[in-house]
Design a protein around this ligand. Structure first.
Ligand code: SF4
Length: 152
């Protein structure tokens, strides 16, 4: 929902703190999660993420979340699904080239990132190309596995 998505971008600073808190909690719980099995947990985690992130960010559940690096604006809402900045078609009023009624995702991402601060370590990071094989899977568990040195 557009109004909630824009609210989340305005609240990006503390939402990012919440995100970091979730990540720290998952790292603490990792031995237990590993014992239960990441594969077994993937579907329930993905369902929670789809509900929460779908409501707050209009997340498209790509399975490789960049919200913390894109000012809490989901880049998968860009009609071109660009993950490393805007195309050349952003309108003068900040509207999207393809959907003029929508503010360019990257205008929102820049605003949200400035609130979070530390842009060198967030929006300026080059994101890898989206891997469509991960769509619908849990991005949180994937991030946990990457952070704790397991296979993504
Ligand atoms: S204007 Fe922004 S949201 Fe629209 S296609 Fe280009 S980069 Fe994507």
């Amino acid at each position: 929902m557009k109004s909630v998505r824009l609210w989340s971008i305005r609240q990006s600073r503390w939402l990012n703190f919440v995100y970091e808190g979730i990540e720290a909690t998952l790292v603490l719980l990792n031995p237990l999660l590993k014992r239960i099995g990441y594969e077994r947990l993937d579907k329930p985690f993905a369902a929670i993420e789809r509900t929460v992130k779908g409501f707050l960010f209009d997340s498209q559940s790509c399975g490789q979340c960049t919200l913390g690096s894109t000012g809490m604006a989901c880049p998968m809402n860009c009609p071109k699904t660009l993950r490393n900045g805007p195309c050349g078609g952003v309108r003068q009023d900040g509207g999207c080239e393809i959907k003029p009624e929508m503010t360019c995702v990257w205008v929102n991402a820049w605003q949200g990132s400035q609130q979070i601060g530390n842009i060198e370590d967030t929006i300026k990071i080059i994101q890898p190309p989206v891997d469509n094989r991960l769509k619908g899977r849990s991005a949180w568990l994937r991030a946990l596995r990457l952070r704790t040195g397991h296979k993504a």
